[in-house]
Design a binder for this molecule. Sequence first.
Ligand code: NDP
Ligand code: GDR
Length: 347
Amino acid sequence: MKNALITGITGQDGAYLADFLLGKGYKVFGGYRRLSTPNFWRLYHLGIHDKVKLLPLDVLDSHSISEALVASAPNEVYHLAAQSFVGASFVQPLYTSDVTGFGSVRLLDEILKFDKKIKIYQASSSEMFGEDNSPTKNETSPFNPVSPYAVAKLYSYWMVRAYRKGYGMHATNGILFNHESPLRGLEFVTRKISNEVAKISLGLSKSLKLGNLDAKRDWGYAPEFVEGMWKMLQQKNPDDYVLATNETHTVREFVNEACKIAGISSKSIQTSKQNLRPIDVQYLRGDYKKAKRKLGWSPKTKFKKLVKIMVDEDISRWERWIKREYFPWDAATFGHDSIGMKKTKKL
Ligand code: NDP
Ligand code: GDR
């Protein structure tokens, strides 16, 4: 039996990857950072909270990383932990550099000291390509990062390559384009849309305020992308791979499709300057030919199906909430301004 350590197991990808690896017979250890209120809803949602071994691991703290390595003795480490929200990286550039940039090096260095044969996956990002006019991006496309998040990710990307070449470590960069799901965090645009459109359709909200509606993204389905991460670490040699769908759509198209599915008018969608970034990547579309050729990986869920999965699930959750059903889910504790919330009894 193989052991896997996932940093950032409480996030979208961490939860899906844990589920996938359990299905492959792995013993799964998950690093989480201590919060005042634990954030395990995704693991409960997938029914795997008691199947994974949770270990305190904050990438700002090398000691906690080395303790987690000793406790898990991993064959494979999936490094997913990050300050992953591009918008927040403009407000917290130093913190983002520390967590998303230096955090990876703390991990690489502890692995080098502990056992350099451990295979490592680094969660690199399409955001690293930044502003560039080429129609699609692959593993050889130039990087031109424009956000503090992307700069921090690019630093980690190069450090992974330096440790790979310098110390012969099996360290791989997965350059993943946006991938979404009903487990996506509420601040990211797809889930913000699916959640609010679901509420509007049930009379629980009146409007949705967004930012740049013209931005284009290559959106895939997260459970398929975590399988790609695993495939990368099953290769004899480490390398870098793009995972994407090779389709691109505007935020506006996502809104329109979501409204159509929920049966509401897209007139209730507004834009607000508050949701604009100082600079935004306008266009992203990935070329996953290398992953297809070498890993046998291809995306199955495309744009319309993805939007439907997300909107249907958020409508179903809010319907259950209206019926006073309690289950693990983020949105119920997120906004307190909905009409439905006022109906709840005070504790
Ligand atoms: P999430 O934001 O859902 O998850 C991020 C995880 O990192 C959470 O578990 C979070 O914990 C954890 N984390 C944050 N700070 C620390 C810290 N200081 N120490 C330890 N853990 C920490 O991201 P995703 O699951 O969507 O993405 C996974 C990774 O892939 C990230 O690195 C992201 O940047 C990258 N990526 C994501 C893409 C996507 O489209 N989803 C595309 C390309 C790259 P907590 O729950 O406590 O906040
Ligand atoms: P992104 O995802 O920045 O691509 O990073 P996000 O969903 O935040 O934004 C996508 C695009 O939508 C535009 N947008 C808005 N975004 C948010 N969050 N909220 C809004 O109200 C809104 N209105 C318009 C954004 O400006 C942007 O153009 C994600 C993260 O998962 C990263 O960790 C990952 O590396 C990249 O995807 C690939």
